[in-house]
Design a protein around this ligand. Sequence first.
Ligand code: DAH
Length: 340
Amino acid sequence: MLEATLSALEQSARLRIAGAQSLEELEAVRVDALGRKGTLAQASKEMGKVPAEERGRIGKLLNAVKQQLEEALDAKKRHFEEAALKARLDSEWIDLTLPAAGVPRGHLHPISKIQAEIEDLFISMGFVVLDGPEVETEYHNFDALNIPADHPARDMQDTFWVEGGHVLRTHTSPVQVRGMEKLGPPLRMIAPGRVFRNESVDASHDHTFYQLEGMMIDRDVSVGNLTYFMKTLLGSIFGREVTVRLRPGFFPFVEPGFELDIQCLLCGGPGCAVCKQSGWVELLPCGLVNPNVLRMSGIDPEEWNGFAFGLGMTRLVMMRYGIDDIRQLQSGSLRFLNQF
Ligand code: DAH
């Protein structure tokens, strides 16, 4: 009787073990069959009814069933564990031949890019790249450029004054003066850098922006030399030949002074929104160096002359990349910068 019960119990437990789909199901089988209140425990209560001479054999049988079910449960459990391990190893598999994801690299600011391009170009034409202080003396920023204290041109530039009579340089032109003082003639120099104006900020004005100054001093420098270098500069920046024209412009440190325009690159002349229907875009002021400026820096204007120009690098970057708000450039916003 008990023997039959044990055999049925074992069979049904084995079927459930075989069918178990998870460790949880397996545990439920173990509790049902081998737990304290499980079927095997129930069956062993029947031992008392077994005739004495049969007890030894049935007892062994009972132990054997218990042991075999435990082994079957253990085997199935190992099966689940191995499958889980294999799945984990498969998912963690590393292909050492794949290229590394790498650390994301930064890149140059668009102003730095243009600056580097222009520097390379001028270096190839025999110019040196000079640097000057951002906190400048009043003399270098104004007087030595033929802008005396009472000159109305001082009002043209809204100046940040610093304690002790110094200024935050309002343009890169003082580096011309430093170049002449330090190197003397003949001189071919450019000076890129940050300049400051006490202006209210809007989409086209910032208190801090970038200019690039250029100066060439030699014997018999002419407006023709000036136009040649400017055409070379602009052709290289815009990647094609540009047509330029000079209009008279006033700056105390040049005589004659010019506003250099380029023929509109978008419409090529007839007029469009970018050139405000004029066909021309004002690009950079320039001129032949005023003899007073040469003299003040110890250069004899009877022997030497030259040209100078001041390129608005910030504006140029905005034109080249179609940026319509100057404030973006110094915002530090990665959403903006990562476009370049
Ligand atoms: N320094 C002038 C400015 O910032 C720009 C300029 C004009 C520079 C004429 C020059 C020049 O070298 O020749 O407004």
